[in-house]
Design a protein around this ligand. Structure first.
Ligand code: FES
Ligand code: FES
Length: 155
């Protein structure tokens, strides 16, 4: 039995230590907002925060996150920056199918916590590992700018 700090609470996990965190979140704890896309750290659908760093839960073993603060999409609105990001996502109607969007919001929130007024280059760098098969990239960029209080057409 392993205890993890998830969304500010101690949660008990009964899985082998090398199990990916994503499995613990989705299958054992029912935190299904974090999505399984590729399982190979290639798409970003499974992005969570580990001590504030955007991290691919599909390739992160439970053993690597013991004692760390894990935050998932289910708790991101409790974070001031996360709430701004979610509000901007809703205002601009960013999602299409929605599958990639939890990971996008987690990546965008981590970006704005590190760079409250990001340049286009910083946005590109931070979001480049989060794929969207629906092509919502222009709205993602606009929403990040809106959450940052930047003009949305600024380049
Ligand atoms: S499911 Fe983790 S990066 Fe694709
Ligand atoms: S909204 Fe459909 S994959 Fe991104």
């Amino acid at each position: 039995m392993t205890t993890l700090n998830i969304n500010g609470k101690s949660r008990k996990i009964n899985l082998p230590a090398d199990t990916p965190l994503l499995w613990a979140l989705r299958d054992q704890l029912g935190l299904t907002g974090t999505k399984y896309g590729c399982g190979m750290a290639l798409c970003g659908a499974c992005t969570v925060h580990i001590d504030g760093e955007p991290t691919r839960a599909c390739v992160t073993p439970i053993s690597a996150v013991i004692g760390k603060k894990i935050v998932t999409i289910e708790a991101i609105e409790q974070d001031q920056t996360g709430k701004k990001v979610q509000d901007a996502w809703l205002n601009l109607g960013v999602p299409q199918c929605g599958y990639c969007q939890a990971g996008q919001v987690m990546a965008a929130t981590a970006l704005l916590k590190q760079h409250p007024q990001p340049s286009d280059a910083e946005i590109d760098k931070a979001m480049s590992g989060n794929l969207c098969r629906c092509g919502t990239y222009p709205r993602i960029r606009a929403a990040i700018k809106q959450a940052a209080g930047l003009p949305e057409g600024q380049s």
